[in-house]
Design a protein around this ligand. Structure first.
Ligand SMILES: [Zn+2]
Length: 163
């Protein structure tokens, strides 16, 4: 895991476990800052139903990877990404289902990203655009850009992709 301050490698210097989460203290090998992470444990076996109806075991690394791609080069701390994953795992743990579709997961991610960062949201949503209508996305973007100070750049990115 990368250091949230300088993006260098970290090592785990302490771990504490209970039945719901792993609590880890990490030390950056570069800047020597310490920080902690809490990794939620999935409480049950969850099967992911993919778009083509294939099934596979839930893997939070895949969500993390898609979030990293969507947020790359954006000023988003790794903690925010972990908070999104934690929240999704919490939702899955609280639900009665043992199967969950990639569509639902990507909708959860999209809803988090729309509050976190507009450009990451557009990147992610455009990858999964068959899950949301372009009209809906345009509405969301208009809402967001009205309250945004980076209006110009975001409009530009949006245009490149869709117009
Ligand atoms: Zn560091």
């Amino acid at each position: 895991m990368e250091c949230p301050y300088c993006n260098n490698k970290t090592k785990i210097i302490a771990t504490e476990e209970n039945n719901q989460s792993n609590y880890k203290i990490r030390l950056c090998v570069n800047c020597s800052r310490k920080y902690n992470t809490i990794e939620k444990i999935l409480l049950k076996d969850i099967t992911i139903v993919k778009r083509d109806n294939r099934r596979e075991a839930f893997d939070e690394k895949k969500i993390k990877q898609s979030l990293k791609i969507a947020t790359s080069k954006r000023p988003i701390p790794i903690m925010s990404i972990e908070a999104i994953i934690d929240d999704i795992i919490k939702s899955i743990n609280n639900s009665d289902n043992t199967e969950i579709s990639t569509k639902i997961i990507s909708q959860m991610v999209i809803s988090h990203l729309s509050r976190l960062d507009l450009i990451s949201y557009v990147r992610y949503a455009s990858t999964y655009q068959d899950f949301i209508s372009l009209d809906h996305m345009t509405q969301e973007l208009n809402k967001l850009s009205m309250s945004s100070s980076h209006n110009y750049r975001q409009q530009e990115l949006f245009s490149e992709k869709f117009l």
